[in-house]
Design a protein around this ligand. Structure first.
Ligand SMILES: *[C@@H]1O[C@H](CO)[C@@H](O)[C@H](O)[C@H]1NC(C)=O
Ligand SMILES: *[C@@H]1O[C@H](CO)[C@@H](O)[C@H](O)[C@H]1NC(C)=O
Ligand SMILES: *[C@@H]1O[C@H](CO)[C@@H](O)[C@H](O)[C@H]1NC(C)=O
Length: 246
């Protein structure tokens, strides 16, 4: 499945209370409540090259705000969407030609991100975080194009399956606290992946054959087995050459 791991961290919290409370309109950041608030706040001077669209009420509002970039450059550092229950999607072309190094979405009702929204950032994006949200799907097939992406944090969403991941740059992939029952086991090309974090459903099948995993200790293994013991799941590590510490 995943080649060239130094360490593999599989985290299983099947008893963790799933489902978090998506923020309501009243949880919106306080600064969004006053009349005439812009959907996005651009802070090219205060906090260099950051745009925070946490106050947006719709995708269209974000899109409209990006139609004229108030910053002197289109190469920004960070995009934020936080504590927002109204924006459901990051649509195609929403950022126009503005690119980011970090895209951070936290505690939102976001269900979908269009891969083309990431296109302007394809040679700059280092971190993509979408957590505590409602993501049902993620454009994993777009990862090979994100040439500098090192951190992909998708924990606490509603993902159900993971295809074979291909990324030359990816170092950390976090998929914990989703509803994942299927992980594509062949075709992974992640030569720099060091941390893989996921939680399993009881019937999950995990295939770790033919990897270079050097350490998989009890603290990691036991919760996985406990989760799987409640269903028909399995872990297959057949063919490991390395010695396990179980
Ligand atoms: C976008 O929001 C900023 C406030 O951060 C504002 O100055 C700018 O005029 C807005 N742009 C458009 C096109 O609405
Ligand atoms: C994400 O949102 C949660 C809930 O509002 C908050 O507790 C947490 O600190 C946030 N994390 C980051 C990295 O912003
Ligand atoms: C796991 O599989 C068993 C037998 O195939 C089935 O009865 C059970 O409903 C499944 N559990 C889940 C959580 O899907």
């Amino acid at each position: 499945m995943i080649s060239s791991f130094t360490f593999l961290y599989l985290v299983s919290f099947v008893f963790w209370v799933t489902g978090h409370v998506v923020p309501s309109l009243w949880d919106r950041p306080e600064e969004c409540l006053s009349e005439g608030t812009w959907p996005c706040r651009w802070s090219p001077h205060v906090f260099p090259n950051t745009v925070d669209c946490s106050c947006a009420k719709t995708e269209a509002e974000i899109s409209k705000n990006f139609s004229r970039v108030p910053s002197p450059s289109t190469e920004l550092l960070k995009f934020f969407l936080r504590g927002n229950a109204l924006v459901k999607e990051i649509p195609d072309g929403v950022f126009r030609d503005v690119s980011f190094e970090h895209i951070i979405v936290n505690n939102t009702a976001l269900r979908k991100i269009h891969p083309n929204a990431l296109l302007p950032s394809k040679d700059r994006l280092v971190e993509l975080t979408i957590q505590y949200s409602l993501l049902e799907d993620f454009p994993f097939q777009f990862l090979p194009k994100l040439s500098r992406l090192r951190f992909l944090h998708l924990q606490t969403n509603s993902l159900t399956s993971v295809p074979a991941i291909k990324s030359a740059s990816l170092e950390v992939l976090s998929l914990s606290f989703n509803h994942i029952s299927r992980i594509e086991e062949s075709g992974w090309e992640t030569p720099n992946l060091k941390f893989l974090l996921l939680s399993l459903t009881p019937n999950a099948s995990v295939c770790l054959n033919r990897n270079k995993i050097s350490k998989l200790d009890e603290a990691v293994f036991r919760p996985m087995l406990e989760a799987l013991s409640h269903g028909d799941g399995s872990i297959n590590v057949h063919g490991e050459r390395e010695r396990f510490q179980v």
